[in-house]
Write a protein that binds this ligand. Structure first.
Ligand code: NAP
Length: 260
């Protein structure tokens, strides 16, 4: 019996989980990407790209492709797709599990200013011109045009197009992971006074947070959005174990037998 699993991805962990599950003969995996990144990292498993057309579209996909289990392994700030996933799973009667990467915790020496939104981060920079490192997605940086007095260093995977309508911005193209030692060198060489970051969690992008702490640099930390409350795990290993458990006790049988 082959179990069909759809993984909503766009994260390192989704790729790792997909690889782990795809290695099993009794599982057929499809990994879904939004298509935001121009040259996504090789995923090593079958991939589909692009939106589904809301929760209804995702529910239809689950039914049409006889998906037995939906796994939401998207980024913690991808709140829309996570909400859609929970709704679609409910609508299609398909079990759902989520990978919920734990957030970073503030430790001694951290100079964090917590804000709820990107707009809140723009305000938190204040009225005095500062040298700011924006480690955000390219969709979010446009909001900083509202504060053109600051100098911005903007790092993104794909070029920020159009460029920000501010007098003083520099651009860096890079894909993580980013190590503390390199982040420290970057913050120092660019004279960065404040870092704006999401609380993404995980190791791959923590380097800038550790570097900021070591240098006494402030971090404007955008709080996480609320996500739906579904069965979840905080590590790939525990999520894979939950999948195992689910497959062993797959009392409903695969979707084909449920007549969906
Ligand atoms: P979002 O705001 O939650 O989702 C917006 C729309 O994009 C969704 O309604 C859906 O379109 C489509 N979508 C998102 N993830 C998808 C997926 N894995 N497969 C197919 N369609 C998807 O998402 P976002 O914040 O723009 O993030 C987009 C992707 O980038 C996600 O896969 C996420 O894991 C990854 N990512 C996001 C961040 C971040 O900071 N937000 C950081 C790193 C990686 P339809 O409604 O048409 O289905």
């Amino acid at each position: 019996m082959t179990h069909r699993i759809l993984i909503l991805g766009g994260t390192t962990e989704a790729r790792q989980l997909a690889g782990k599950l795809a290695a099993r003969a009794d599982i057929s995996v499809m990994l879904s990407l939004a298509g935001r990144t121009e040259n996504p990292a090789a995923q090593g498993v079958p991939v589909r790209v692009g939106g589904f057309g809301g929760a209804g579209g995702l529910a239809a996909y689950l039914r049409q492709n006889k998906i037995d289990l939906l796994i939401d392994a998207t980024h913690p700030y991808a709140a829309q797709i996570s909400a859609n996933a929970a709704d679609a799973a409910h609508e299609a009667g398909v079990p759902i599990m989520a990978f919920r990467r734990p957030g970073w915790q503030r430790v001694e020496g951290d100079r964090w200013i917590l804000v709820d939104t990107v707009a809140g981060a723009v305000k938190a920079l204040g009225s005095v011109p500062r040298r700011v490192f924006l480690a955000l997605g390219r969709q979010e940086v446009a909001a900083f045009e509202a504060a053109p007095r600051h100098h911005y260093l903007i790092r993104s995977v794909d070029p920020v197009e159009p460029r920000l309508a501010v007098p003083d911005a520099a651009y860096l193209l890079a894909r993580g992971p980013f190590h503390e030692v390199d982040e420290r060198a970057l913050l120092e060489s660019r004279g960065i006074e404040v870092v704006v970051s999401k609380n993404s969690g995980g190791e791959a992008t923590y380097g800038k947070i550790a570097a900021a702490r070591a240098l006494g640099v402030e971090v404007v930390m955008i709080r996480r959005p609320a996500l739906p409350d579904v069965t979840s795990a905080g590590t790939i290993e525990s999520l894979a174990a939950m999948v195992d458990h689910f497959l062993v006790g797959h009392v409903l049988g695969p979707a084909a037998e449920r007549g969906v």
